[in-house]
Design a protein around this ligand. Structure first.
Ligand code: NAP
Ligand code: ZN
Length: 367
């Protein structure tokens, strides 16, 4: 036995958990910067719930609601400038992975001067604003990870700031905010969560604890495939999806993601394909690549999903994701050359070479 398990985020889950635990927020600081997207938090009730608690607690706040999907480096420097200018002493993130990831970078950049060149270096002082996270999608698990994934134009991909410093302090999980999610985002985010659980299970950094959590999450999400496809999700189903997505976050906080995420980033950067969908399009073929050497691991996962074969799983993903985008041979060559440089590739239990990546892309897109 030889492993290291670290997950410092306090998780508070349940309906109305923000209001019911307002004293937890009152201890975080005097003035919050709320980091969120353009509209969804205003519609799903999460922003109103947070504002109510802050007002009752007599805590001041300022709102930064300019975070776009796949947030840019400019966006987080702009948020940090507002945070410093308004003397915020803690950060509240509300939204999907994009606002949550931005909030981590904003918390970091509010406390220390880091140049753009050094942003992904991991060389930081140990100063950061405290963070409260409220996920409103069930996918990224960013509320419990030490990663902030940003669009990195210099490398033509997405790159993560990865540091134990940026683990959020508190995560509030209330799935009532997810009722307003449309079918596409619900499916794409659920597949992102599934991808974290599967990649975590197939990571060289996996350990007994992360594997137990990964298999639990895989079982939960696969039990909801039919309801996801029909888009017939009860409140209980939404709550299960959120729980499984947080499990996925806890898993990748230990294991990192693997080749699927590295390959998916190019599909998002160049083709604007949603993050979770990008992973889902590649997942089946990556698993077939791993299966050649690690048949037992794949069989354990497939039986947790109550399926008989990888083909059955791949068909289910195809049903959920619908018609695939077109990708050319030239594009695949380029994406593989970028993905092979990503650090996550080496987390894969079977490490693909560049020609393997090309083959996985080609089979996934039937090129
Ligand atoms: P997202 O980009 O945060 O949000 C996608 C869309 O969903 C936005 O239009 C957003 O609207 C909307 N939305 C959010 N919550 C909603 C709700 N409750 N009801 C209706 N609409 C809602 O998508 P995401 O898939 O959650 O996050 C993807 C990002 O996370 C990517 O950048 C990915 O790289 C990153 N990621 C990070 C980690 C990590 O460990 N840190 C792991 C995986 C992925 P608004 O813009 O109006 O809010
Ligand atoms: Zn992901």
């Amino acid at each position: 036995m030889n492993f290291n398990y670290f997950m410092p985020t306090r998780i508070i889950a349940g309906e109305n958990c923000i209001e019911n635990n307002s004293e937890v927020i009152s201890k975080m600081g005097k003035k919050a910067i709320i980091v969120t997207g353009k509209t969804s938090a205003k519609i799903n009730g999460s922003l109103a719930d947070v504002e109510k608690v802050l007002k009752n607690n007599k805590q001041e706040y300022v709102i930064f609601d300019k975070v776009m999907s796949n947030p840019t480096i400019d966006c987080v420097y702009e948020g940090a400038a507002l945070s410093k200018e308004s003397n915020a002493d803690f950060v509240i993130a509300i939204g999907g992975g994009s606002p949550m990831d931005s909030a981590k970078a904003i918390a970091l950049l509010s406390s220390q001067d880091i140049s753009r060149e050094k942003l992904f270096s991991g060389e930081y002082e140990s100063k950061i604003l405290p963070m409260v996270f409220i996920p409103t999608t069930a996918g990224t698990g960013s509320e419990v990870t030490q990663y902030s994934v940003l669009t990195n134009d210099a490398a033509q991909t997405k790159t993560a700031i990865a540091s134990p410093l940026i683990f959020p302090n508190i995560a509030f999980l209330d799935s009532k905010y997810m009722k307003s999610l449309n079918k596409t985002t619900t499916i794409n985010t659920a597949i992102d969560a599934l991808s974290h659980l599967i990649e975590g299970y197939l990571s060289v950094k996996a350990n007994g604890i992360s594997n137990a959590l990964a298999l639990e999450g895989i079982e939960i999400i696969s039990s909801l495939f039919d309801n996801l496809k029909k888009f017939n999700l009860s409140d209980k189903d939404r709550s299960k999806l959120l729980y499984a997505s947080t499990l996925g976050g806890i898993v990748i906080a230990q294991t990192g993601t693997t080749a699927v995420h590295s390959m998916g980033y190019s599909l998002t950067y160049f083709k604007n394909i949603d993050h979770g969908r990008a992973n889902g399009l590649l997942m089946g073929e990556f698993l077939k690549f791993v299966e050649k050497e690690k048949t037992e691991l794949i069989n354990t996962m497939i039986s947790k999903m109550k399926m008989n074969s990888l083909d059955e799983f791949e068909n289910t993903l195809c049903d959920l994701l619908g018609e695939k985008e077109k990708v050319t041979n030239e594009e695949i060559e380029k994406y593989a050359s970028i993905a092979i440089k990503s650090k996550n590739i080496t987390n894969s239990i079977v490490i693909p070479e560049q020609n393997n990546l090309i083959e996985i892309y080609c089979k996934a897109f039937e090129v």
